[in-house]
Design a protein around this ligand. Structure first.
Ligand SMILES: Cc1ncc(COP(=O)(O)O)c(C=O)c1O
Length: 405
Protein backbone atom coordinates (compact mmCIF):
# COMPACT_ATOMS: atom_id res chain seq x y z
CA UNK A 1 0.00 0.00 0.00
CA UNK A 2 1.47 3.33 -0.96
CA UNK A 3 0.94 6.43 1.14
CA UNK A 4 0.88 9.77 -0.61
CA UNK A 5 2.63 12.39 1.45
CA UNK A 6 1.31 15.85 0.73
CA UNK A 7 4.12 18.28 -0.06
CA UNK A 8 4.66 20.62 2.90
CA UNK A 9 3.29 24.09 2.22
CA UNK A 10 6.00 26.75 2.36
CA UNK A 11 5.39 28.97 5.38
CA UNK A 12 6.43 31.99 3.31
CA UNK A 13 3.76 31.42 0.62
CA UNK A 14 1.60 34.13 2.18
CA UNK A 15 4.50 36.59 1.88
CA UNK A 16 5.16 35.74 -1.77
CA UNK A 17 1.41 36.09 -2.47
CA UNK A 18 1.08 39.46 -0.70
CA UNK A 19 0.91 42.01 -3.53
CA UNK A 20 -1.50 44.68 -2.23
CA UNK A 21 1.16 47.13 -0.99
CA UNK A 22 3.15 46.86 -4.24
CA UNK A 23 -0.02 47.37 -6.31
CA UNK A 24 -0.90 50.54 -4.38
CA UNK A 25 2.71 51.75 -4.72
CA UNK A 26 2.61 51.14 -8.49
CA UNK A 27 -0.39 53.48 -8.66
CA UNK A 28 1.56 56.14 -6.70
CA UNK A 29 -1.00 56.01 -3.88
CA UNK A 30 0.98 54.40 -1.05
CA UNK A 31 0.54 56.59 2.04
CA UNK A 32 2.73 54.78 4.58
CA UNK A 33 6.36 54.89 5.78
CA UNK A 34 6.96 58.35 4.27
CA UNK A 35 10.43 59.40 5.49
CA UNK A 36 10.51 62.82 7.18
CA UNK A 37 13.76 64.77 6.65
CA UNK A 38 13.15 67.45 9.28
CA UNK A 39 10.46 67.92 11.91
CA UNK A 40 9.61 71.29 13.44
CA UNK A 41 6.29 70.03 14.84
CA UNK A 42 3.44 71.69 12.92
CA UNK A 43 5.53 71.70 9.74
CA UNK A 44 7.66 68.83 8.43
CA UNK A 45 10.05 68.56 5.50
CA UNK A 46 9.75 65.55 3.16
CA UNK A 47 11.74 65.13 -0.02
CA UNK A 48 12.71 68.81 0.08
CA UNK A 49 9.07 69.95 0.45
CA UNK A 50 7.43 71.54 3.48
CA UNK A 51 4.09 70.10 4.56
CA UNK A 52 1.68 71.04 7.31
CA UNK A 53 1.66 68.10 9.71
CA UNK A 54 -2.00 67.39 10.41
CA UNK A 55 -1.69 63.78 11.51
CA UNK A 56 0.69 63.70 14.42
CA UNK A 57 -0.10 62.81 18.03
CA UNK A 58 2.41 65.40 19.23
CA UNK A 59 -0.64 67.22 20.61
CA UNK A 60 1.04 69.98 22.57
CA UNK A 61 3.89 70.29 20.06
CA UNK A 62 6.44 69.54 22.77
CA UNK A 63 8.80 67.28 20.77
CA UNK A 64 10.34 70.44 19.31
CA UNK A 65 10.47 72.37 22.60
CA UNK A 66 14.06 73.40 23.45
CA UNK A 67 13.50 72.61 27.17
CA UNK A 68 12.44 69.07 26.35
CA UNK A 69 15.38 68.51 24.00
CA UNK A 70 17.81 69.93 26.58
CA UNK A 71 16.44 67.59 29.25
CA UNK A 72 17.07 64.55 27.03
CA UNK A 73 20.56 65.70 26.12
CA UNK A 74 21.45 66.24 29.78
CA UNK A 75 20.23 62.72 30.60
CA UNK A 76 22.30 61.21 27.79
CA UNK A 77 25.38 63.01 29.08
CA UNK A 78 24.78 61.67 32.59
CA UNK A 79 23.47 58.12 31.98
CA UNK A 80 24.44 57.30 28.38
CA UNK A 81 22.11 56.31 25.56
CA UNK A 82 20.60 53.11 27.00
CA UNK A 83 19.99 51.41 30.34
CA UNK A 84 20.99 48.14 28.63
CA UNK A 85 18.71 46.04 30.79
CA UNK A 86 15.24 45.60 32.19
CA UNK A 87 13.86 47.68 35.05
CA UNK A 88 13.94 44.49 37.09
CA UNK A 89 17.65 43.91 36.84
CA UNK A 90 20.20 46.64 36.13
CA UNK A 91 18.05 48.96 34.03
CA UNK A 92 16.60 51.31 36.66
CA UNK A 93 18.11 54.78 36.97
CA UNK A 94 17.08 57.60 39.32
CA UNK A 95 15.08 59.25 36.53
CA UNK A 96 12.67 56.27 36.34
CA UNK A 97 11.86 56.59 40.03
CA UNK A 98 11.56 60.37 39.85
CA UNK A 99 9.14 60.15 36.91
CA UNK A 100 7.06 57.40 38.56
CA UNK A 101 6.64 59.53 41.66
CA UNK A 102 5.74 62.63 39.67
CA UNK A 103 3.22 60.81 37.46
CA UNK A 104 1.52 59.13 40.42
CA UNK A 105 1.14 62.58 41.95
CA UNK A 106 -0.10 64.13 38.65
CA UNK A 107 -2.72 61.44 38.07
CA UNK A 108 -3.71 61.34 41.76
CA UNK A 109 -3.03 57.64 42.23
CA UNK A 110 -0.84 55.91 44.83
CA UNK A 111 1.78 54.46 42.52
CA UNK A 112 3.04 54.49 38.93
CA UNK A 113 5.06 52.02 36.89
CA UNK A 114 6.85 52.85 33.63
CA UNK A 115 7.05 50.60 30.57
CA UNK A 116 9.08 50.98 27.39
CA UNK A 117 6.04 51.58 25.15
CA UNK A 118 2.30 52.07 25.55
CA UNK A 119 1.83 48.83 23.62
CA UNK A 120 3.84 46.93 26.23
CA UNK A 121 1.94 48.65 29.02
CA UNK A 122 -1.33 47.02 27.93
CA UNK A 123 0.50 43.69 27.69
CA UNK A 124 1.85 44.25 31.17
CA UNK A 125 -1.57 44.93 32.67
CA UNK A 126 -4.21 42.77 30.99
CA UNK A 127 -2.62 39.28 30.82
CA UNK A 128 -0.99 39.82 34.21
CA UNK A 129 -4.23 40.69 35.99
CA UNK A 130 -6.81 38.64 34.08
CA UNK A 131 -6.09 34.95 34.53
CA UNK A 132 -7.77 31.57 33.95
CA UNK A 133 -11.46 31.72 34.89
CA UNK A 134 -11.49 35.53 34.83
CA UNK A 135 -12.96 37.83 32.19
CA UNK A 136 -11.84 40.72 30.00
CA UNK A 137 -14.78 42.94 29.07
CA UNK A 138 -13.69 44.94 26.06
CA UNK A 139 -15.09 47.74 23.85
CA UNK A 140 -15.12 46.54 20.22
CA UNK A 141 -13.25 49.68 19.10
CA UNK A 142 -10.42 49.45 21.62
CA UNK A 143 -6.92 50.16 20.37
CA UNK A 144 -5.09 47.29 18.65
CA UNK A 145 -2.57 47.09 21.50
CA UNK A 146 -5.36 46.28 23.96
CA UNK A 147 -6.72 43.68 21.57
CA UNK A 148 -3.28 42.09 21.34
CA UNK A 149 -2.90 42.17 25.13
CA UNK A 150 -6.29 40.46 25.48
CA UNK A 151 -5.29 37.76 23.00
CA UNK A 152 -2.26 37.02 25.21
CA UNK A 153 -4.54 36.63 28.22
CA UNK A 154 -6.89 34.35 26.25
CA UNK A 155 -3.90 32.19 25.30
CA UNK A 156 -3.24 31.71 29.02
CA UNK A 157 -6.82 30.62 29.72
CA UNK A 158 -8.65 33.88 30.48
CA UNK A 159 -12.03 34.57 28.83
CA UNK A 160 -13.24 37.62 26.95
CA UNK A 161 -16.58 39.23 26.18
CA UNK A 162 -16.83 42.26 23.91
CA UNK A 163 -19.50 44.94 23.81
CA UNK A 164 -20.56 47.24 20.99
CA UNK A 165 -18.59 50.44 20.80
CA UNK A 166 -19.30 52.80 23.73
CA UNK A 167 -22.74 51.17 24.03
CA UNK A 168 -23.55 50.92 27.72
CA UNK A 169 -26.70 48.81 27.26
CA UNK A 170 -24.58 46.27 25.46
CA UNK A 171 -21.94 46.49 28.20
CA UNK A 172 -24.62 45.64 30.77
CA UNK A 173 -25.84 42.77 28.59
CA UNK A 174 -22.37 41.18 28.40
CA UNK A 175 -21.67 41.78 32.11
CA UNK A 176 -24.86 39.88 32.97
CA UNK A 177 -23.58 36.85 31.04
CA UNK A 178 -20.41 36.44 33.10
CA UNK A 179 -20.60 33.86 35.92
CA UNK A 180 -21.23 35.78 39.13
CA UNK A 181 -18.14 34.53 40.95
CA UNK A 182 -15.69 35.35 38.12
CA UNK A 183 -13.37 38.35 38.36
CA UNK A 184 -13.79 40.81 35.50
CA UNK A 185 -11.85 43.77 34.08
CA UNK A 186 -13.57 46.32 31.86
CA UNK A 187 -11.06 47.62 29.31
CA UNK A 188 -11.70 50.79 27.32
CA UNK A 189 -9.89 53.60 25.55
CA UNK A 190 -10.57 56.93 27.27
CA UNK A 191 -10.47 58.77 23.94
CA UNK A 192 -10.88 56.36 21.03
CA UNK A 193 -7.90 56.62 18.72
CA UNK A 194 -9.61 56.47 15.33
CA UNK A 195 -12.50 58.84 16.01
CA UNK A 196 -11.41 60.94 19.01
CA UNK A 197 -14.70 60.10 20.75
CA UNK A 198 -14.73 60.05 24.56
CA UNK A 199 -15.88 56.96 26.48
CA UNK A 200 -19.16 57.23 28.40
CA UNK A 201 -17.26 56.93 31.66
CA UNK A 202 -20.00 57.82 34.18
CA UNK A 203 -22.20 54.99 32.91
CA UNK A 204 -19.26 52.61 32.56
CA UNK A 205 -18.29 53.28 36.20
CA UNK A 206 -21.90 52.79 37.36
CA UNK A 207 -22.08 49.40 35.63
CA UNK A 208 -18.65 48.37 36.91
CA UNK A 209 -19.82 48.98 40.48
CA UNK A 210 -23.14 47.24 39.90
CA UNK A 211 -21.46 44.12 38.45
CA UNK A 212 -18.34 44.13 40.63
CA UNK A 213 -15.91 44.77 37.79
CA UNK A 214 -12.56 46.55 37.88
CA UNK A 215 -11.78 49.18 35.25
CA UNK A 216 -8.73 50.01 33.15
CA UNK A 217 -8.82 53.12 30.97
CA UNK A 218 -6.19 53.61 28.24
CA UNK A 219 -5.85 57.37 28.14
CA UNK A 220 -3.26 57.63 25.35
CA UNK A 221 -5.20 60.29 23.41
CA UNK A 222 -6.70 62.13 26.39
CA UNK A 223 -3.75 63.41 28.38
CA UNK A 224 -2.99 67.06 27.72
CA UNK A 225 -6.35 67.41 25.94
CA UNK A 226 -9.17 66.81 28.42
CA UNK A 227 -9.50 66.76 32.20
CA UNK A 228 -8.29 69.18 34.83
CA UNK A 229 -4.87 70.45 33.70
CA UNK A 230 -4.85 67.79 30.94
CA UNK A 231 -5.15 64.86 33.38
CA UNK A 232 -7.33 62.91 30.99
CA UNK A 233 -10.68 61.15 30.91
CA UNK A 234 -11.21 60.13 34.57
CA UNK A 235 -10.41 63.70 35.61
CA UNK A 236 -12.72 65.11 32.90
CA UNK A 237 -15.65 63.34 34.59
CA UNK A 238 -14.41 63.76 38.18
CA UNK A 239 -14.02 59.96 38.41
CA UNK A 240 -10.32 59.50 39.14
CA UNK A 241 -10.98 57.50 42.31
CA UNK A 242 -13.57 55.29 40.64
CA UNK A 243 -11.27 54.24 37.76
CA UNK A 244 -9.06 51.50 39.22
CA UNK A 245 -6.27 51.64 36.66
CA UNK A 246 -5.24 54.38 34.24
CA UNK A 247 -2.63 53.67 31.59
CA UNK A 248 -1.14 55.73 28.80
CA UNK A 249 1.76 56.40 26.50
CA UNK A 250 4.55 58.94 26.26
CA UNK A 251 4.43 58.89 22.44
CA UNK A 252 1.70 61.50 22.15
CA UNK A 253 1.26 64.57 24.41
CA UNK A 254 4.33 63.64 26.47
CA UNK A 255 6.52 64.00 23.35
CA UNK A 256 8.65 60.93 23.98
CA UNK A 257 8.52 57.13 23.93
CA UNK A 258 7.31 54.80 26.67
CA UNK A 259 4.22 53.98 28.68
CA UNK A 260 2.88 54.15 32.23
CA UNK A 261 0.24 52.68 34.49
CA UNK A 262 -1.07 54.31 37.66
CA UNK A 263 -3.17 52.54 40.31
CA UNK A 264 -3.22 51.66 43.99
CA UNK A 265 0.00 50.43 45.59
CA UNK A 266 -0.83 46.70 45.73
CA UNK A 267 -1.92 46.56 42.06
CA UNK A 268 1.25 48.27 40.84
CA UNK A 269 3.35 46.07 43.11
CA UNK A 270 1.72 42.95 41.62
CA UNK A 271 2.19 44.11 38.01
CA UNK A 272 5.78 45.16 38.76
CA UNK A 273 6.71 41.66 39.91
CA UNK A 274 4.65 39.64 37.41
CA UNK A 275 4.39 41.44 34.05
CA UNK A 276 6.57 39.74 31.40
CA UNK A 277 6.56 42.83 29.13
CA UNK A 278 8.24 44.73 31.97
CA UNK A 279 10.52 42.03 33.29
CA UNK A 280 11.84 40.76 29.96
CA UNK A 281 12.29 44.03 28.08
CA UNK A 282 14.84 46.83 28.42
CA UNK A 283 13.73 49.88 30.40
CA UNK A 284 12.86 53.22 28.77
CA UNK A 285 16.01 55.12 27.82
CA UNK A 286 17.23 57.97 30.06
CA UNK A 287 16.64 60.38 27.17
CA UNK A 288 13.00 59.26 26.81
CA UNK A 289 12.31 59.53 30.53
CA UNK A 290 14.01 62.91 30.85
CA UNK A 291 11.90 64.26 27.97
CA UNK A 292 8.73 63.27 29.86
CA UNK A 293 9.99 64.91 33.06
CA UNK A 294 10.36 68.12 31.07
CA UNK A 295 7.00 67.87 29.28
CA UNK A 296 5.23 67.07 32.55
CA UNK A 297 6.62 70.30 34.03
CA UNK A 298 5.39 72.20 30.96
CA UNK A 299 1.92 70.58 31.07
CA UNK A 300 1.64 71.59 34.73
CA UNK A 301 2.90 75.14 34.32
CA UNK A 302 1.37 76.09 30.94
CA UNK A 303 -2.35 75.20 30.98
CA UNK A 304 -2.86 77.53 28.02
CA UNK A 305 -1.41 74.79 25.78
CA UNK A 306 -4.42 72.58 26.50
CA UNK A 307 -6.77 75.44 25.66
CA UNK A 308 -4.82 76.14 22.45
CA UNK A 309 -4.92 72.57 21.11
CA UNK A 310 -8.67 72.40 21.75
CA UNK A 311 -9.24 75.80 20.08
CA UNK A 312 -7.11 74.80 17.08
CA UNK A 313 -8.96 71.52 16.63
CA UNK A 314 -12.37 73.17 17.01
CA UNK A 315 -11.43 75.68 14.33
CA UNK A 316 -10.69 72.92 11.80
CA UNK A 317 -13.71 70.88 12.90
CA UNK A 318 -16.04 73.82 12.34
CA UNK A 319 -14.42 74.62 8.97
CA UNK A 320 -14.83 71.06 7.69
CA UNK A 321 -18.36 70.68 9.05
CA UNK A 322 -19.40 73.96 7.42
CA UNK A 323 -18.02 72.67 4.11
CA UNK A 324 -20.24 69.59 4.36
CA UNK A 325 -17.82 66.84 5.35
CA UNK A 326 -19.04 63.97 7.51
CA UNK A 327 -16.94 63.84 10.69
CA UNK A 328 -16.79 61.15 13.35
CA UNK A 329 -18.03 62.38 16.76
CA UNK A 330 -15.18 64.04 18.68
CA UNK A 331 -14.40 67.07 20.82
CA UNK A 332 -10.77 66.10 21.41
CA UNK A 333 -7.70 66.84 19.25
CA UNK A 334 -8.72 64.33 16.57
CA UNK A 335 -10.91 65.19 13.57
CA UNK A 336 -11.69 62.16 11.42
CA UNK A 337 -13.26 62.73 8.02
CA UNK A 338 -15.35 59.82 6.78
CA UNK A 339 -14.74 58.98 3.11
CA UNK A 340 -16.27 55.46 3.11
CA UNK A 341 -14.40 54.26 0.02
CA UNK A 342 -10.94 52.72 -0.08
CA UNK A 343 -9.66 54.12 -3.39
CA UNK A 344 -11.18 57.55 -2.80
CA UNK A 345 -9.47 57.67 0.61
CA UNK A 346 -6.12 56.88 -0.97
CA UNK A 347 -6.64 59.42 -3.82
CA UNK A 348 -7.70 62.06 -1.32
CA UNK A 349 -4.66 61.34 0.86
CA UNK A 350 -2.32 61.58 -2.14
CA UNK A 351 -3.81 64.87 -3.33
CA UNK A 352 -3.56 66.38 0.14
CA UNK A 353 0.03 65.21 0.36
CA UNK A 354 0.88 66.79 -2.99
CA UNK A 355 -0.84 69.99 -1.89
CA UNK A 356 1.32 70.13 1.27
CA UNK A 357 -0.95 68.63 3.94
CA UNK A 358 0.10 65.42 5.69
CA UNK A 359 -2.76 63.38 7.26
CA UNK A 360 -3.41 59.70 8.02
CA UNK A 361 -5.32 57.39 5.66
CA UNK A 362 -7.31 54.72 7.49
CA UNK A 363 -8.25 51.80 5.28
CA UNK A 364 -8.63 48.05 5.71
CA UNK A 365 -7.44 46.30 7.91
CA UNK A 366 -7.23 49.33 10.25
CA UNK A 367 -10.95 50.00 9.76
CA UNK A 368 -13.89 47.96 8.46
CA UNK A 369 -14.97 48.34 4.79
CA UNK A 370 -17.26 51.37 4.49
CA UNK A 371 -15.47 53.13 7.38
CA UNK A 372 -12.44 54.32 5.39
CA UNK A 373 -11.43 57.77 6.62
CA UNK A 374 -8.80 60.48 6.78
CA UNK A 375 -7.75 61.08 10.36
CA UNK A 376 -6.40 64.51 11.18
CA UNK A 377 -5.08 65.68 14.53
CA UNK A 378 -3.82 69.03 15.71
CA UNK A 379 -1.24 70.64 17.95
CA UNK A 380 -1.13 73.56 20.32
CA UNK A 381 1.69 74.91 18.14
CA UNK A 382 -0.26 75.05 14.87
CA UNK A 383 -0.76 78.62 13.68
CA UNK A 384 -3.93 79.91 12.04
CA UNK A 385 -2.26 79.84 8.58
CA UNK A 386 -1.55 76.07 8.99
CA UNK A 387 -5.15 75.36 9.99
CA UNK A 388 -6.53 77.47 7.12
CA UNK A 389 -4.34 75.57 4.67
CA UNK A 390 -5.72 72.25 5.95
CA UNK A 391 -9.33 73.44 5.59
CA UNK A 392 -8.76 74.99 2.15
CA UNK A 393 -7.03 71.93 0.68
CA UNK A 394 -9.64 69.58 2.14
CA UNK A 395 -12.41 71.65 0.55
CA UNK A 396 -10.75 71.95 -2.87
CA UNK A 397 -9.94 68.24 -3.10
CA UNK A 398 -13.22 67.20 -1.47
CA UNK A 399 -15.13 69.00 -4.25
CA UNK A 400 -12.85 67.59 -6.97
CA UNK A 401 -13.45 64.02 -5.76
CA UNK A 402 -17.14 64.53 -5.13
CA UNK A 403 -16.89 63.96 -1.37
CA UNK A 404 -18.60 67.32 -0.80
CA UNK A 405 -20.59 69.36 -3.28
C1 LIG B 1 -5.08 54.04 22.67
C2 LIG B 1 -3.64 53.65 22.46
N1 LIG B 1 -3.07 52.80 23.32
C3 LIG B 1 -1.78 52.43 23.19
C4 LIG B 1 -1.01 52.89 22.14
C5 LIG B 1 0.39 52.41 21.99
O1 LIG B 1 1.29 53.36 22.48
P1 LIG B 1 2.81 53.34 22.05
O2 LIG B 1 2.94 54.12 20.78
O3 LIG B 1 3.51 54.00 23.20
O4 LIG B 1 3.23 51.92 21.90
C6 LIG B 1 -1.56 53.78 21.24
C7 LIG B 1 -0.73 54.29 20.12
O5 LIG B 1 -1.15 54.55 19.05
C8 LIG B 1 -2.91 54.17 21.39
O6 LIG B 1 -3.48 55.00 20.52
Amino acid sequence: MSITVEKTKDLFKKCFDFTLADEVKAQGLYPYFQPIDENEGPVVCLGGRKLVMAGSNNYLGLTADPRVKASSIKAINKYGTSCSGSRYMTGTVNLHIELEEKLADFFEKERCLLFSTGYQTGQGIIPTLVQRGEYIVSDRDNHASLVAASVMALGAGASQVRYNHNNMEDLERVLQKIPESAGRLIVSDGVFSVSGEIVNLPELVRLARKYNARIVIDDAHAVGIIGKGGRGTPSEFGLVEEVDIIMGTFSKTFGSLGGYVVAERSVINYIKHNAPSLIFSASPTPASVAAVLATLDIIRSEPELQAKVIANTDYVRQGLLAAGFTLLPSRTAIVTVLIADQMKTLFFWKKLFEAGVYVNAFIRPGVMPGHEALRTSFMATHEREHLDKVITEFCTIGRELGVIS
